[in-house]
Design a protein around this ligand. Structure first.
Ligand SMILES: [Zn+2]
Length: 261
């Protein structure tokens, strides 16, 4: 656990904290708003303890498994199932399916993570990997990746009109909700990903091309850093400070995060 270097105030959430968060704080209403335009039934997913190795003992066998939640009555039911797993992470499937579970589209998304930026102090991702710190990041990297998210958003505005930004707990996601983008084929997605990378954006090609179809669920808990996944307006991004912004600090951490020195 100590080998992950994180900005001050960020740390793994305990099982108890995860349970408390999903029982008391997780907003089903806000999640519903996020999906208000969704076509078909959204599939959710959790990972219990792949990175943190923190998991309820009874789920030892499934700690690293991606568990799909696609049988549920409503979002409250989804919440109940998440509480049961006490997961380190919750996601949704960007694929859109028809009634016979056939894939008919996919939400286009961009994933910017702080470990992918070249830090003047900690170096490139390759440098960090060499030290076994591939998931580590610092405050400076967080700030740099935020600037990059803003620039990427502005670049994408030339092509798309319905986008949202979400702070993922580590970096930022840009979600594209333009109708035509749902219908892009793999080739087109790959082309967009490569163009963005050529422009210097440290995005995860796998996410944009669509091979990785899961993306963090807005308003869920990122258990690696104890932060809530938070949708943001573009205008909020510049001033957004994930270390101190109360909207992304779960209740169980509030006091510690704001008073630690
Ligand atoms: Zn750094």
């Amino acid at each position: 656990m100590a080998r992950y270097r994180l900005p001050r105030g960020m740390r793994y959430a305990t099982l108890e904290e995860r349970k408390k968060f999903y029982s008391e704080e997780f907003s089903v209403k806000k999640v519903g708003e996020w999906f208000h335009n969704a076509t078909g039934k959204v599939r959710f997913a959790v990972i219990i303890g792949r990175h943190t190795r923190i998991y309820p003992r009874k789920y030892h066998e499934d700690a690293e498994t991606t568990i799909i939640i696609d049988e549920y009555e409503d979002l409250n039911d989804v919440r109940g199932q998440i509480v049961e797993f006490e997961p380190e992470a919750a996601y949704y499937d960007r694929n859109v399916y028809d009634d016979s579970a056939r894939k008919i589209g996919q939400e286009l998304a961009f994933d910017l993570d702080p470990e992918n930026v070249n830090c003047p102090v900690h170096g490139s991702l390759a440098d960090k990997m060499k030290r076994g710190q591939g998931l580590s990041f610092c405050k400076l990297e967080l700030e740099m990746v935020k600037e990059e998210a803003l620039r990427l958003y502005e670049f994408l505005e030339n092509h798309f009109s319905r986008m949202r930004i979400a702070y993922s707990g580590r970096g930022f996601h840009i979600h594209v909700f333009d109708k035509e983008a749902y219908l892009f084929d793999y080739k087109k997605r790959l082309e967009i990903a490569r163009t963005a990378k050529k422009k210097g954006f440290a995005i995860d090609e796998w996410v944009t091309a669509g091979e990785m179809r899961l993306i963090r669920l807005p308003y869920s808990l990122n258990g690696l850093v104890s932060r809530t996944v938070l949708p943001l307006e573009k205008t909020e991004l510049e001033k957004f400070d994930p270390i101190h912004d109360k909207r992304c600090i779960p209740n169980f951490l509030d006091r510690q995060a704001t008073t630690s020195s």
